[in-house]
Design a binder for this molecule. Structure first.
Ligand code: GDP
Length: 298
């Protein structure tokens, strides 16, 4: 568990990698600007977003007549906050009933995130149910049910290979009968068969619309921060097949980078909702733009 590392924020992680030497220089020159650009790119921030940040930074330096490198940091932090802060969209809907579709490729931390989120919502006093609609991966349902047992959440599951929409259908009936506040649905993460995934998601969404029109909806994409730039191409592909309402970035404890959060928020105008910062039940943090950018506020 490493909440402290996450709390260090983006700049905390940056200085872990590069030290504060850069900002302690005597003057701002092109070499320094090149170096900042390189650091942003090697922190997994995409080229377009990096270029945008650098342009805004040059303007900030000019407008504020900044001459000392140490005074750049605040400008850079503010620019990053502006890119990642999506206001209320960064928060999970607190309307009930709520159906959350969780999507993402296998191994990214989807099951663990569902468990952590279920636990968090329970702690907030909400009733939660899981739907094991990843019927494709062997043992995905059992794995989810084990987590469910641990945190006291029921899991609706069918046998392997069953129709995911049928699982969703049953889960909705059960959730309605029990007056459940939040139904979290695990789905299969098969990006290699994009068309199938899209059809499957559409089918599941139709079932929710038909059977549970009163429910509010979220579709969250789970992305592994340690996948770096690959996670960005995943976001692009999933964004094309699903109407995402937000992203959860996992394994931020396992990387000193984390720039994918900035790229995703900027390039796809996508709100980050939660950050995974460890393997334990408590290791899920609500996204906070200022904390994420971090460094100057603490
Ligand atoms: P899924 O295949 O997407 O459902 O992935 P899992 O939830 O099974 O997670 C895959 C692995 O990543 C497991 O070993 C998890 O414990 C681990 N994991 C998930 N989230 C995090 C996180 O935020 N930090 C760390 N360090 N490990 C995580």
């Amino acid at each position: 568990m490493s909440l402290t590392k996450e709390r260090k924020g983006f700049f905390g992680r940056l200085s872990e990698r590069i030290g504060d030497a850069l900002f302690m220089r005597q003057k701002i020159d092109e070499d320094m600007m090149d170096e900042i650009e390189e650091i942003l790119i090697t922190s997994d921030i995409g080229m377009d977003t990096t270029e945008k940040i650098m342009n805004e930074l040059r303007e900030y330096i000019k407008d504020n007549m900044i001459t000392l490198p140490k005074n750049i940091k605040k400008g850079l932090t503010d620019i990053i906050i502006r890119l990642i802060d999506k206001g209320d969209r960064n928060k999970l809907s607190d309307k009930t009933p709520l159906v959350i579709m969780m999507i993402g490729i296998n191994g990214g931390g989807k099951t663990t995130t569902i468990a952590k989120l279920g636990h968090k919502l329970k702690e907030e006093g909400k009733t939660v149910m899981f739907a094991a609609a990843d019927t494709f991966r062997a043992a995905a349902g059992e794995q989810l049910a084990i987590w469910g047992d641990r945190i006291g959440v029921n899991t609706v599951m069918h046998q392997e290979g069953a129709d995911p929409s049928a699982v969703i259908f049953d889960a909705i009936q059960s959730a309605k009968a029990k007056g459940i506040d939040v139904l979290i649905c695990d789905t299969a993460g098969r990006l290699q068969t994009k068309k199938n995934l899209m059809t499957e998601l559409e089918k599941m969404n139709k079932v929710v619309s038909r059977e549970y029109p009163e429910a509010d909806r979220e579709t969250l994409l789970v992305l592994d921060a340690t996948n770096g730039k690959n996670a960005i191409s995943q976001a692009k592909e999933f964004n094309e097949v699903a109407e995402l309402t937000g992203v959860v970035i996992t394994k931020l404890d396992g990387t000193a980078k984390g720039g994918i959060a900035i790229t995703i928020a900027d390039e796809f105008d996508m709100p980050i909702k939660y950050l995974g910062v460890g393997e334990g039940m408590e290791d899920l943090e609500e996204f906070n733009a200022e904390e994420f950018a971090g460094g100057i506020f603490n």
